[in-house]
Design a protein around this ligand. Structure first.
Ligand code: ADP
Ligand code: LRH
Length: 477
């Protein structure tokens, strides 16, 4: 197999990038073409994504990408969408999943349809921002088509309409067993069936760039290939695991903590633990739970107007550990706002010590995330029956040496950190497979393991101390 080059558009909740990936026998190399912040904008009280700004950056990135690409693939954060009218025009700017429009909606829908009906149908964890609850809060009267964010960008690039399955699995409206839109849930919720586009899998050929886009970017009739368009699906596809006895933490704005399975787990215990069965590449199941993640740190930095993350992390490493602790998954931390003040108030309410400096706040966040990682890894293993020998921590959070070390110590499991750009790699590898440059998921992962920078953390063996801390905040897993 000869070498080929692909472009990956990867839009995370905190930043986006366009990468060029070279793939061939023994070769997997990423080059960053363009990186840009992803800043939500509040307009008339509603929190939106700046979707045209993001699309403009994608076009700029493609313009700067090397010629000779075999194709381009797009992934982004999950659940959010744009609506098109009958003429194909975007109806309003997509709303951010952290907007308050879904307040109370999940509880109403759960009461009307029943938790068990929803879980047995979609296998999805209950998060207030799942697409299903956003649609229940939206005005769909003029909507002809619903497109999740990567599908919307693919539509603008190619003119083709469709829904990629891994991301569709985060809507709450995809049948977890059949992989088709759940006509039953759609009908019960009174949603218009017309808006749900035809589904396709990673590897599908979406189409070629529209002539005007080809001319503007200088890439002529470049093909757009479907990838695991849910960023977490692409990240998990690029985990450098050698066997199936692994867990992953896709660690960025969120920590997505779980295992990869062949079949969903839909037990009552799983539903109560709020574990999700999302779609992975090759029909795999991403059995995981959302942990609030580095959002807590991102929002703290934003509140402080602080830019020097490495210095802050170095200071946090000097702070005595496991003193100030929070439950990072408390819903009070979900919306944007003054995170350090919320963290202090959370501790105060529970009669726990409050962090008083920036370094103590950061240490509190990282210790608490490590405890949540520990609890979720244990639950994932117990609920799925999967034995775990190693934890692969990938994404931007894998650059955080302290968090990786604390996660190994807390979980008592070895942590392999990296790659940082697992999502973009998974995106490139899905395209490489579709174009015959890589054989399968196993070969993709072996290529990642052989070519990317990885660090290994061995647990300290201080189990009793972590167990005691976990009990203190009710995160014993
Ligand atoms: P997302 O895809 O959700 O936008 P990323 O995977 O890009 O998230 O990860 C972003 C996170 O990576 C940031 O919130 C930050 O905590 C972490 N990060 C980025 N750079 C560094 C660094 N130099 N050291 C430690 N952590 C870092
Ligand atoms: C991570 C992610 C996660 C979803 C959330 C909305 O970027 O896609 O998997 O739960 O964003």
């Amino acid at each position: 197999m000869s070498e080929a080059m692909f472009a990956a558009v990867d839009l995370g909740a905190s930043s986006g990038r366009v990468m060029a990936g070279r793939v061939g026998p023994g070769t997997l190399a990423l080059e960053e073409i363009r990186r840009f912040p992803n800043r939500p904008v509040r307009v008339n009280g509603t929190l939106h994504w700046d979707i045209l700004g993001l699309y403009g950056n994608v076009l700029d990135g493609l313009r700067s990408a090397p010629r000779g690409l075999s194709s381009v693939g797009i992934d982004s954060w999950a659940v959010d969408y744009g609506l098109l009218d009958a003429g194909g025009a975007l109806l309003g700017n997509p709303v951010h999943y952290r907007d308050a429009r879904t307040d109370g909606v999940m509880d109403r829908v759960r009461a009307e349809l029943g938790e068990d009906v929803l879980y047995q149908s979609s296998g999805l964890q209950f998060l207030p921002f799942n697409t299903i609850y956003q649609l229940a809060a939206d005005d769909l009267s003029r909507a002809a088509t619903l497109l999740l964010i990567p599908d919307l960008l693919a539509y603008w690039l190619t003119g083709e309409i469709g829904a990629e399955r891994t991301n569709a699995s985060t809507t709450g409206l995809l049948d977890v067993r059949g992989g088709t839109w759940s006509a039953d849930l759609v009908a019960r919720l009174g949603l218009p069936a017309r808006i749900f586009p035809p589904l396709h899998d990673p590897g599908a050929d979406i189409g070629t760039l529209r002539a005007d886009v080809g001319a503007e970017t200088g890439h002529g009739a470049l093909r757009v290939t479907a990838v695991g368009s849910h960023d977490t699906a692409s990240a998990v596809a690029a985990v450098p695991a050698a066997t199936d006895r692994f867990a992953y933490i896709s660690c960025g704005t969120w920590s997505l903590v779980g295992v990869e399975l062949d079949a969903p787990v839909l037990t009552e215990e799983s539903r109560k633990a709020n574990f999700t069965n999302e779609g992975g590449v090759d029909g795999t199941v991403r059995y995981l739970r959302n942990v609030m993640g580095l959002w807590l740190l991102q929002e703290s930095l934003r509140t402080w107007g602080e830019a020097d993350l490495p210095a802050l992390l170095a200071a946090a490493a000097e702070v005595p550990g496991l003193r100030c602790l929070i439950d990072p998954d408390d819903p009070e931390f979900l919306p944007p706002g003054d995170m350090p003040a919320r963290i202090a108030a959370h501790c105060r309410r529970r009669g726990l010590p409050e962090p008083s400096t920036r370094a103590e706040t950061v240490r509190c966040i990282l210790d608490s995330l490590a405890l949540a990682h520990r609890a979720t890894l244990r639950q994932a293993a117990r609920l799925s029956g999967r034995e775990i020998d190693v934890v692969h921590l990938v994404g931007g959070g894998s650059r955080n040496d302290l968090l990786c070390r604390l996660t190994a110590d807390a979980s008592g499991l070895p942590v392999v950190a990296g790659p940082v750009e697992a999502t973009a790699l998974g995106n490139v590898l899905a395209q490489a497979r579709a174009h015959g440059a890589v054989a399968d998921l196993g070969e993709s992962r072996a290529l990642v393991a052989a070519t990317q920078d990885l660090r290994r953390y061995t647990p300290s063996g201080d189990e009793a101390r972590w167990s005691e801390a976990a009990r203190r905040i009710g995160l014993d897993g």
